[in-house]
Design a protein around this ligand. Structure first.
Ligand SMILES: [Zn+2]
Length: 353
């Protein structure tokens, strides 16, 4: 392998690392700009220190991103329920709950940690749990309902998406151009001309592009901590220059929006699919907070024009089947009681016509 090839391989690896995010398993990463956004879930089979990997868009055009997150902590009568991934939630008795925030991690007990996308969010969750400890069960439920309703509001998320779209406009375009210059123009020139003078000029042009990107970034990142050092990285390292938009997208916010709040961004069809999955999980997954979760979601989904009767509508009846599972919609012959695939959910009979 020549020096040039090794350098290219190194750049590709660094770029790939730059595109990788490690998020709490129940996050939904929204990527896009303007009116076009789409959702990506972290890859749950791979987990490192409570976080799972998710890739931002690798190829140009560069996109902005927003991180949304389902409720991770829900107060139950007997303790604090933790919804960390798609498996059954865990319950920590109230007397064992000792919240301490450390960076993006909230320690609830020596064995129990909950991860958050941002430090500000872990600190806010810590404060909220401390308040719950001092409350009665009714007060905790009322506080959670209020919190849950706020995270479902679409307006703050839509406003954030519009703000990011306009602030990252030139950063995204120049980032895409730097990508094409580094992995396209420079590579072709190197293969064609070897270590010639022209390649050196192209590399100098890359540095000039990075410097321009750093200036653009510095002007847009006024509220970002350590903006000078981040701008310096953008100026000196091509992978940071390509992905400068991402640095601007980690906006410090105390409470992450709920994935369902992204309806105006991801569109009705994708939203409905996620809404159905989330309702079924809340309704049918064994949990000490089923009633509380369903209370928030049912009211909110009805208001959004998606009644529960539509989500739980029976499937098209196949010949020979008499019952169906309201969660996975599988059909069963008479005599079966529960759906084992869904953890023993009681089956429903098809309404006789
Ligand atoms: Zn089922």
């Amino acid at each position: 392998m020549t020096d040039g090839q090794s350098l290219l391989l190194l750049f590709v690896a660094l770029y790939f690392i730059e595109c990788l995010r490690w998020l709490p398993p129940r996050s939904l990463l929204l990527t896009g700009s303007g009116e076009r956004w789409s959702g990506r879930r972290p890859f749950q089979p791979v987990k490192l220190a409570g976080r799972c990997p998710v890739l931002l868009g690798l190829l140009p055009p560069q996109q902005a991103h927003l991180i949304t997150l389902s409720w991770q902590l829900i107060p139950a009568e007997a303790g604090l329920e933790m919804h960390l991934d798609d498996r059954r939630p865990l319950l920590l008795p109230w007397e064992q709950v000792k919240p301490v925030a450390d960076g993006r991690t909230l320690h609830l007990s020596p064995q129990m940690q909950v991860r958050w996308p941002l430090e500000t969010q872990a600190a806010h969750a810590c404060q909220q749990v401390r308040q719950w400890l001092a409350m009665t069960h009714q007060e905790r439920e009322a506080d959670f309902l209020e919190h849950a309703r706020r995270t479902l509001e679409a307006a703050p998320l839509t406003a954030q998406a519009a703000d990011l779209t306009s602030r990252t406009h030139w950063l995204r375009h120049l980032g895409s151009f730097i990508f094409i210059w580094t992995f396209g123009v420079l590579v072709v020139l190197y293969r064609w001309l070897g270590d010639g003078q022209e390649v050196l000029w192209a590399a100098a042009a890359l540095l000039a592009l990075q410097l321009s990107q750093a200036v653009l970034f510095f002007r847009q990142a006024r509220t970002l901590p350590h903006r000078f050092w981040k701008a310096l990285m953008v100026a000196l390292l091509p992978q940071h220059a390509m992905r400068a938009t991402d640095l601007l997208c980690d906006v410090p916010s105390p409470v992450p929006a709920h994935p369902l709040a992204g309806r105006p961004l991801i569109g009705d069809e994708a939203w409905k699919k996620i809404a159905c999955q989330m309702w079924k999980k809340a309704r049918f997954q064994p949990s000490a907070t089923t009633r509380l979760q369903c209370l928030v979601l049912e009211t909110w989904l009805e208001k959004e024009g998606l009644p529960i009767s539509e989500i739980e509508a029976p499937p098209q009846q196949q010949t020979g089947s008499a019952l169906y599972c309201p969660s996975c919609q599988s059909q069963f012959k008479d005599g079966t009681q529960t759906c084992l695939d869904c953890g023993g959910i009681p089956l429903r009979p098809f309404a006789s016509v």
